[in-house]
Design a protein around this ligand. Structure first.
Ligand SMILES: C[S@@+](CC[C@H](N)C(=O)[O-])C[C@H]1O[C@@H](n2cnc3c(N)ncnc32)[C@H](O)[C@@H]1O
Length: 207
C-alpha cells in the first residue's frame, strides 16, 4: 500500500460509509465472523468506534486502533491506541483476534500478520473480515463503477475527497484473498465469500 489518508478527518462518517458500501449487511457479517470465536478474550483489531460492540458483548474485549478520534467514540471499556504492525501485548495474550473491515488499510500486512500470530494463544482464532473485489470479471467492473461513484460522491459532499478516494483505491490494494492470504505458521485457514457478487470475504485462521 503506497498511500496514506488522514482518517481523523472522516471518523464521524466512517461507520456510515462502511454500512453504505456493504449495502447494510456489515452487522450480519460481523455476527457471522464472531460465530467463529473460541474461549473468552478478544482483541478487536482496528476497532474504530467499536462497531462490533454488540456482537462481542459476551467476551472480554480489548479494542485497539491507531486513530485517537475513533477511540474517543469507541464504546468498549478497555481501549488501547496502537497499530496492527506493533501490537503492545505479550506473546499468547488473546484467545481471538477479530479484524473487521481493516486489513486493506493496514500498511504492512506482513508485519501485522506476524504480530497477530505472536499475541494469539495456541488454538486461538484470527478472524479476518473485509471487502475486496468480486471474482467474476463483469461483476468486478460493475463493483468498480458503483464504488467509484458512491465514494467520490460522498467525498465531494463532505469535502474529504482525498480520504474517500483512498477508500475507493484500497479495494484494489491487495490481490484476491484466495491468492493473497497464506496459512504460514497457522494450522488452518478457511476462506468464505459473502455478499452480492461475493465482494466480502471471511478468513478464519487457527493457530
Ligand atoms: C472501517 S474501520 C473498521 C472499524 C470496525 N472494525 C468495524 O468493524 O467497522 C477501519 C479502522 O482501521 C483502523 N486502522 C487503519 N490502519 C490500521 C492499522 N495499521 N492497525 C490497526 N488499525 C488500523 C482505522 O483507524 C479505522 O478505525
Amino acid at each position: 500500500m503506497s498511500e496514506k489518508a488522514n482518517f481523523s478527518n472522516i471518523y464521524k462518517f466512517y461507520d456510515l460509509v462502511n454500512t453504505v458500501l456493504t449495502l447494510g449487511f456489515d452487522k450480519s457479517w460481523r455476527k457471522k465472523a464472531v460465530n467463529n470465536l473460541v474461549g473468552t478474550s478478544v482483541l478487536d483489531l482496528g476497532s474504530g468506534t467499536g462497531a462490533a460492540y454488540e456482537e462481542l458483548i459476551n467476551y472480554e474485549t480489548t479494542a485497539i486502533d491507531p486513530d485517537k478520534k475513533m477511540l474517543e467514540l469507541n464504546t468498549f471499556e478497555n481501549k488501547v491506541l496502537g497499530f496492527a504492525e506493533k501490537l503492545p501485548f505479550e506473546d499468547n495474550s488473546f484467545d481471538n483476534i477479530l479484524c473487521s473491515f481493516v486489513w486493506r488499510n493496514v500498511s504492512d500486512t506482513n508485519k501485522a500478520f506476524n504480530e497477530v500470530y505472536r499475541v494469539l494463544r495456541p488454538g486461538g482464532k484470527f478472524v479476518l473480515l473485509d471487502m475486496t473485489r468480486p471474482k467474476n470479471s463483469f461483476a468486478k467492473i460493475l463493483h468498480k463503477i458503483g464504488t467509484f461513484i458512491v465514494l467520490h460522491l460522498i467525498g465531494l459532499i463532505t469535502f474529504n475527497l482525498k480520504e474517500y478516494r483512498f477508500l475507493y483505491k484500497s479495494l484494489d490494494f491487495y490481490p484476491q484473498p484466495e491468492n493473497h492470504l497464506k496459512k504460514d505458521a497457522f494450522i488452518d485457514l478457511q476462506i468464505e465469500r459473502m455478499g452480492l457478487f461475493d465482494f466480502v470475504y471471511l478468513a478464519v485462521f487457527t493457530k
